[in-house]
Design a protein around this ligand. Structure first.
Ligand SMILES: Cc1cc2nc3c(=O)[nH]c(=O)nc-3n(C[C@H](O)[C@H](O)[C@H](O)COP(=O)(O)OP(=O)(O)OC[C@H]3O[C@@H](n4cnc5c(N)ncnc54)[C@H](O)[C@@H]3O)c2cc1C
Length: 312
């Protein structure tokens, strides 16, 4: 029986592994379906993790030492996809791809979330090279330059507002003429002089060269096309939360979730099920930053240690 099963090997899962093992738990396994590291390994540069300030280091370089550090303290790793986490009596059953079951006293689920793609031409090609899904992560790379934001919901408009404090101009492109965002957010956006709303318009293509993005091709409802020259495009069309492991055989979630499929946790990363914790981008109110995911992983791990001590 494992002391703790950690599902997902991004910053949250790896940090949970470091803190559980270094905190004295002997039998902890991290289940990660790919190479550990998580979504930050797709990033071409990271410069907002405190203590790590090396220009032009990729997310892959950044995560390199995390695994080494975690495994040094005894964390075990299985490169397997988890299908389901279930509570059976006092313990958890972790069902792996292929049907194998592993028993654990506690579980920390850190399977992250995936930003949705809008589907226009060039989006995948330029992802991480001018196309971004995170203003906090990448906005500063476009300081005093114009950028475009795609989307009409709260996230898109709030991120546009954030970018307007850094970038020279922010062009918000939205396919309808009204916004889904809260009216107060829309008003705030309209009051910013350097935010320009382009409505009833879609992005047909993002283009550029080996150096990255140089512009987008737009098409409005009337069929008129135009080009906008910008080096950065931020796409906010939603996130898919990777929460499938928390569904039972009937498709019902085993713990409390909000309407967007994010796991409801308290400040200790406890879910509604005793012994089950969630950390990182998949939890409610997640700022979707590496430093926060790592902090969540540490918090959950410390709670796991206390939980196990209380059981004996
Ligand atoms: C291109 C890009 C650039 C970014 N730039 C920055 C930045 O500059 N600064 C910053 O702070 N943040 C940045 N972020 C955000 C940051 O990467 C995330 O906030 C962070 O990685 C979240 O960590 P996590 O551990 O919660 O989840 P993730 O990193 O998403 O890790 C989840 C892991 O779980 C695994 N998994 C999922 N389902 C299963 C399953 N069923 N079984 C087993 N394993 C599973 C996945 O393979 C993945 O490795 C960026 C993100 C992207 C995509």
């Amino acid at each position: 029986m494992l002391d703790c099963a950690i599902i997902g090997g991004g910053p949250a899962g790896l940090t949970a592994g470091l803190y559980t093992t270094r905190g004295g738990l002997k039998n902890v396994t991290l289940f990660e379906m790919g190479m550990p590291g998580g979504q930050i390994t797709q990033s071409s540069e990271i410069e907002n993790y405190p203590g790590f300030f090396e220009h032009h280091k990729t997310g892959m370089d950044f995560m390199d030492t995390w695994q080494e550090q975690c495994f040094h303290f005894g964390l075990k790793h299985e490169m397997k996809k988890v299908e389901r986490v279930a509570k059976t009596g006092e313990h958890f059953t972790i069902t792996l791809e292929g049907g194998e079951n592993v028993e654990a006293k506690t579980a920390i689920v850190c399977t992250g979330s995936t930003p949705k793609r809008a589907g226009f031409k060039g989006e995948d090609e330029f992802f991480g090279r001018g196309v971004s899904t995170c203003a906090t992560c990448d906005g500063f790379f476009y300081k005093d330059k114009p950028v475009a934001v795609l989307g009409g919901g709260d996230t898109a408009l709030e991120e546009a507002h954030y970018l307007s404090n850094i970038c020279s101009d922010v062009y918000v492109i939205h396919r309808r003429d009204t916004f889904r965002a809260a009216p107060s957010t829309v008003d705030r956006i309209k009051r910013k002089e350097n935010i320009h709303l382009i409505t009833d318009t879609v992005i047909e293509e993002v283009f550029g060269d080996a150096m990255g993005v140089s512009g987008v091709k737009l098409k409005n409802k009337a069929g008129k096309t135009e080009e906008l020259n910008i080096p950065g495009l931020f796409v906010f069309v939603g996130h898919d939360v990777n929460n499938a492991v928390l569904k039972d055989e009937k498709g019902n979630f085993i713990c409390g979730m909000n309407d967007w499929g994010q796991v409801i946790v308290d400040l200790s990363m406890r879910t509604s099920v005793p012994g089950l914790f969630a950390a990182g981008d998949m939890r409610i109110e997640a700022p979707k930053q590496v430093v926060v995911a790592a902090g969540d992983g540490a918090t959950a791990a410390l709670q796991v240690i206390s939980y196990i001590q209380e059981q004996v």
